[in-house]
Structures are given as C-alpha cells and as structure tokens.
Design a protein around this ligand. Structure first.
Ligand code: C2O
Ligand code: CU
Ligand code: CU
Length: 500
C-alpha cells in the first residue's frame, strides 16, 4: 500500500475538489507516514542540552550577556543542512542561567537574520520597554540591550515576538531557555547540576533538502511530522538509574502534547510555568500546551541497566498526527549510580489567591470569525486596551473557547496567575501553581485569577498558538497608566555596538 503524505493529500484534494481525501478541518487528523520530511529513525540521535552562555562581564549587581541573531546552516537531520534563524546561530539558543535578584542585561544583536525582531523573555516581569512588545522592533543592522530583574526562580524562555511574524521567526529557530534559580530551591534535595535538564520540545516539517517548511495552513496552524527535543529529532538520552529533574517546555508553534512514560510509571510534577508548586503531584499523563512549562521528576532507579523508556505523546485532540508524533524521546538506563537526591513532600508553598479579593471579573472570548482569530470579536490594535486594572488589583479573567475544533493556550505577559476552575471543575492537580499560560481546550471556559503587577504600563496577552497570535488573536492591557511611546523608551541602536 502506498501512503500519501499530507501535502500530497492536500494537493489531490484541491485538484479533485473533493473533501473525501481530506479530513474535515480541525478535527483530530491522523495521517499515514509523514508530512513529507526526510525520514529519521526515532531514538538514533544522541540527546544534548544547549550550552550555557557565559556573561561577557559581571559587576556586583549585574551580569552582561551578548547574543547575535543570525542565519546559520546546521545539521538537524542526518547528513542534511538546514537553514535556521537562530540566537548565536544555534537552535535552541544558548541557555542563560541566572540567580534570583541579580540583574541581567542581554544585548540582542540583529546582525544577519534579515528580518525585524523583538525579543520577549517569556515569564519575566520586565518593564514594558524590555518585554518584547510586538511593535518595538529591532531592525537588521541594529541591537537592543534588554534589562531583566530575575525576580523569582522559574523556567523561562526567550523567543521572538515581532508583530505578525512571531510564528515564522520562532519556527525558524529564534527560541532558547532561560533559567532563574534561588537559594531556597537550591537548598532542597532535588536533583541538581547534570541531573537538572531542560527539554525544549518542538515539531517541524522539512523539505527533501533539509530546508524548513513553514506551512501555516491558511493561518490556522503549523504542525510538523518530526519531533525535536533541544533541536534533535527524537533523541535518545543515556541516564543513570537515579532521579532526574526535567524542565519541560513546549516550544512548538501549534502542537500540544499529552506526556506519558511507556512504562506506565508516573511523571512526578514539581513545578509549573512560574516555578515550584506546593507539593509533588504524581500523574500518569499530563497535557502541555504551547509555551507552558512543567518541571517533572522521573525516577529511573526502578529500572535495570539496559531498560529503555520512551517519553510518549498521547496526542491531544486537534493536532495533526503522523507515524512518529506519538513519540518524543527515549531514555536508556546505562549505568548504576548512587542517588543523593530526594523529592521533598513540600516544595514551595503556593498561596492561593482568595477569590473574594478580586475587584472585578472580565470576560474574554477567543474565537474564529471571518477567517481571523479574534478576542471578543476584535483583532490586534495598539491603541486599544482590553483591560485597565490599577497596580495591585486582583482580577478574575473568564476565558471562553466555545468551539470544539481547536484549543488555545492563553498567555498573559507580566504577571503570574492561578487557575480557579475549568468548566466549573477544579484544575488538574498538576496545574495548581503559578502560571502564565492556561490551556483552554475545546469547549472550555476557564477562570483565572491574578494580582496585576509588579510593574505598571502596557502589556500584551494572546493565544500562544503563534499562528493564531499573528492573525490576530492578541490584545493588550494596561496596569495603571499606559506606557507612553513604548517603542521609543529604549529604542534599538545602530550597529556597531560599543562594548557592554
Ligand atoms: Cu511566549 Cu507573548 O509570548
Ligand atoms: Cu510572555
Ligand atoms: Cu489559539
């Protein structure tokens, strides 16, 4: 039997004018084979973590970093070269590891990436002019120094946020991990150092020559048939028979995952988007939408040397499924080691925000209308504010997705919030922590609560299916007064840059 690729199916369907070959748009779609990418055998390529970036200099309060955005040719698929647009020419970009309450200044240089950029450090309460506002652009030939306060320990990521081009730019490679740690967390007996490992999961589609194909299907989604972890297709990681802490980030454009271990053993969740949760939550599987972060412990001590364990994807609804998209990576236990780590029964207390402290409730409908993605019927408008809390106000946001054909991970800049309920029912146990992205699944209504701060000014909120975000499921809110002339407060400068 010949299996046809999705791209061929789309072509044939278009030619025949027939929907028989095509699944109905936006239902769960399964395809035999691949979407046409050159084939890679899962679990043959070695796992790696991105390098940690050293500061170019440090003083008593601040570490200064420099990152150049450029086009580069890298080997992602064996023996093929892929052009990526990448921070320091590698994707994911280098990892920044910082201590809480030290300041970072990161100079992002737009050298040869060939497109305007705006860098957002997702999860950081940056001032508006350093938050990667979509219209605060750094053009080719310019650079911008971003200042980050690092006010709490968490797994963050930096990625491009250029207006209407975010999906393409992130897809082409502009994404990296940023970790903030604090002493309280380091004092816990959790796995540390080499046993504390970032996993940035993405899916991509490649042409026969190794080129990345950005095909956003009529601005609805961009899903690939190849799953990468830290830039490597379905890697195999060699592990010792002990506990590891994994910081899992879904850096995909449109794909969500339902994570589970092939052994049926639980994942032990210890953290959400904004850091550790009150107590560990074992779960047999967990859903992770785009831009969400979950920290999990996997305990390999149960397994004999030689055991292979697959991190699987149980494929939530409304994703395009191919032969190997149900696999993410493989762990192979290759050695015995003593394990000084343990999982404490209390981690970091997450104080629930009292509903009674909310001064108002706002409603946001995320929907599709006339071929666009809209919020309360409206597209992006840099002059309009859809919420104007005062600094310190507690608000409840009621977020609706009244459709069965798609899901929206909704992200608020600036603040961490908590999920009160989903369709009137309690959140999943592993979601009960500080978060900045909330999975609004099919026909779901969520209530989230947060205290607006710590900064005043203009911030964005949007769906983190970045194809939706770009067209045009994004709005902005202001805390206190709007930021006047946001793009001119800390404008990009012309190269060459003076020493940091
Ligand atoms: Cu991770 Cu506004 O984005
Ligand atoms: Cu963000
Ligand atoms: Cu969406």
């Amino acid at each position: 039997m010949t299996s046809i690729s999705r791209r061929q199916a789309l072509k044939l369907g278009a030619l025949a004018g027939s929907s028989l070959l095509l699944p109905i748009a936006f239902q769960s779609r399964s395809y035999a084979g691949t979407a046409g990418s050159p084939s890679v055998t899962p679990f043959t390529l070695p796992f790696r973590v991105p390098p940690v970036l050293n500061p170019v200099r440090s003083d008593s309060t601040t570490d200064y970093y420099e990152i150049t955005m450029k086009k580069a040719l890298v080997e992602i698929l064996p023996k093929l070269k892929t052009e990526v647009w990448a921070y320091n020419g590698i994707t994911p970009g280098p990892t920044i590891k910082q201590n809480k309450d030290r300041r970072s200044v990161v100079r992002f240089i737009n050298n040869s990436v060939g497109t305007p950029t705006s860098v957002h450090l997702h999860g950081m309460a940056s001032l508006p002019q350093y938050d990667g506002y979509a219209e605060d652009l750094t053009n080719p030939g310019q650079y911008k120094d971003y200042i980050y306060p690092n006010n709490r320990a968490a797994t963050l990521w930096y990625h491009d946020h250029a207006i209407h081009k975010t999906a393409r730019n992130v897809y082409m490679g502009l994404a990296g991990t940023y970790l903030v740690q604090d002493q309280e967390e380091l004092n816990l007996p959790l796995p540390k150092g080499d046993y504390d490992v970032p996993l940035l999961i993405q899916d991509k589609q490649f042409g026969s020559k190794g080129n990345l194909i950005f095909d956003d299907q009529g601005q609805k989604s961009q899903m690939g048939d190849i799953i990468l972890v830290n830039g490597v297709p379905w890697p195999k990681m060699q592990v010792a028979n002990r506990k590891y802490r994994f910081r899992i980030l879904n850096g995909s454009i449109s794909r969500s995952y339902q994570l589970a271990l092939s052994t049926g053993e639980p994942l032990i969740v210890i953290g959400t988007d904004a850091g550790l949760i009150s107590a560990p939550v074992p779960t047999s599987s967990m859903r992770i939408g785009m831009a969400e972060r979950y920290e999990v412990i996997i305990d390999f001590s149960k397994y004999a040397v030689g055991t292979k364990i697959v991190l699987r994807n149980l494929q939530p609804p409304n994703n395009d499924n191919y032969d190997n998209t149900e696999k993410i990576m493989q762990f192979e236990v290759v050695r015995t080691e003593s394990d000084p780590s343990s999982i404490p029964s209390t981690l970091r207390y997450v104080q629930p925000i009292d509903e009674a402290s909310a001064v108002r409730t706002r409603e946001f409908r995320y929907e599709r209308s006339n071929g666009l993605w809209v919020i309360n019927g409206k597209i992006w408008d840099n002059q309009r504010f859809d919420a104007s809390p005062q600094l310190g106000d507690v608000e409840i946001w009621k977020i609706y997705n009244n459709a069965g054909g798609w899901f929206h991970p909704i992200h608020m800049h600036l603040l961490d919030m908590q999920l009160l309920d989903r369709n009137g029912k309690p959140p999943f146990a592993y979601e009960k922590g500080w978060k900045d992205v909330f999975y609004v699944g099919e026909n779901e209504t969520l209530r989230v609560i947060g205290r607006f701060g710590p900064n005043s000014g203009t911030y964005m909120s949007h769906c983190h299916n970045t194809v939706h975000e770009d067209h045009d499921m994004m709005n902005q809110f202001k805390v206190g007064e709007a930021t006047v002339n946001l793009a001119s407060l800390a404008p990009a400068q012309s190269l060459p840059a003076p020493p940091l």
